[in-house]
Design a protein around this ligand. Structure first.
Ligand SMILES: Cc1cc2nc3c(=O)[nH]c(=O)nc-3n(C[C@H](O)[C@H](O)[C@H](O)COP(=O)(O)OP(=O)(O)OC[C@H]3O[C@@H](n4cnc5c(N)ncnc54)[C@H](O)[C@@H]3O)c2cc1C
Ligand code: FES
Length: 258
């Protein structure tokens, strides 16, 4: 669907732990049409400051509710964390292309692997909700156990979960991409989906190319307009520069030119 600009009522905005927050707002039209991997662009404050909207992935939908999961890292997300239930948020969405998860013929033949680093769990959880019938294998990586996010939620969906931490405080000791390599030596999935920091996505893409596995990677770039007008968010692809906000944020390993 074409994105809409709406004033959405905040249902809840709660600290989940440390700097991580869950926000729910009412937006039936976005909830009904959003695809995993799509995002919303939020005017976080009431006045002109900050001028630029902040992009956040859709973390889930339920009825008319849209759920976001965000980390407070700067001024925009700090202001967002002060917004109260009942207030109206100026939102544009759903934006971007989203993951193409419907292309399989028979669900039973597909082994989906989701690879998340840090806040990359935000869009991948929505994706896992949509493909949970295929019992996806979810790999979550972080520096330490404390920074592993959403593990119980993925488990509750019925996903198979494996963790990787740099310090070995939970699961495999090392990078989540090292864990992915080991898993691919044992079994080949048909598809990989990934979201996380740039270096992790580049490593996932290289592993996917070596193993000839179709992979969809959700990129995060600094955004200005968020609607494809300013070219502030371009990435290099084999077909030339593309806009993360409009042509992405999801790109395949085959098309990206890292
Ligand atoms: C398509 C998309 C989906 C996103 N989904 C989520 C999500 O679901 N949850 C979430 O917590 N965050 C998400 N982000 C990142 C989020 O948009 C930024 O964290 C937020 O805009 C920061 O705003 P701020 O004003 O708090 O921080 P700022 O003051 O603007 O920045 C604080 C620090 O973070 C860096 N930074 C800001 N934006 C980005 C970015 N896009 N990529 C990398 N570094 C950045 C800045 O360089 C600076 O060092 C997403 C970004 C994109 C592009
Ligand atoms: S943010 Fe303006 S084109 Fe993407």
């Amino acid at each position: 669907m074409n994105p809409v600009q709406i004033k959405a009522k905040i249902i809840s905005n709660k600290r989940f732990k440390e700097n991580y927050w869950h926000l729910e707002f009412e937006a039936g039209i976005i909830a009904k049409n959003a695809l995993p991997g799509q995002f919303v662009d939020i005017k976080v404050g009431d006045g002109c400051e900050p001028l630029l909207r902040r992009p956040l992935s859709i973390h889930g939908v339920k009825g008319v509710k849209v759920k976001l999961f965000y980390e407070v890292i700067g001024r925009g997300t700090q202001i967002l964390s002060t917004r109260k239930p009942g207030e109206l948020l100026d939102i544009i969405g759903p934006l971007g292309n989203g993951f193409n998860y419907r292309q399989q013929a028979k669900v039973s033949e597909i082994k989906n692997i989701l690879v998340a680093g840090g806040m990359g769990v935000a869009p991948l959880f929505f994706l896992a909700q949509k493909i949970k019938v295929s019992k996806p294998l979810v790999l979550i990586g972080a520096k330490t156990k404390r920074q592993i996010l959403c593990a119980p939620e993925f488990k509750r969906l019925g996903c198979i979960l494996k963790l990787a931490t740099d310090d070995g405080s939970a699961g495999f000791k090392g990078k989540v991409t090292d864990l992915l390599q080991i898993i691919l030596e044992q079994a080949k999935p048909v598809r990989l989906f990934s979201c996380g920091p740039g270096p992790m996505l580049k490593a996932v893409s290289e592993i996917a190319n070596e193993n000839k596995i179709h992979t969809q990677l959700s990129l995060e770039e600094h955004m200005a307009c968020g609607i494809g007008a300013c070219l502030g968010c371009v990435v290099a692809t084999k077909g030339g520069y593309k806009r993360v906000c409009k042509d992405g944020p999801v790109f395949s390993n085959e098309e990206l030119a890292w």
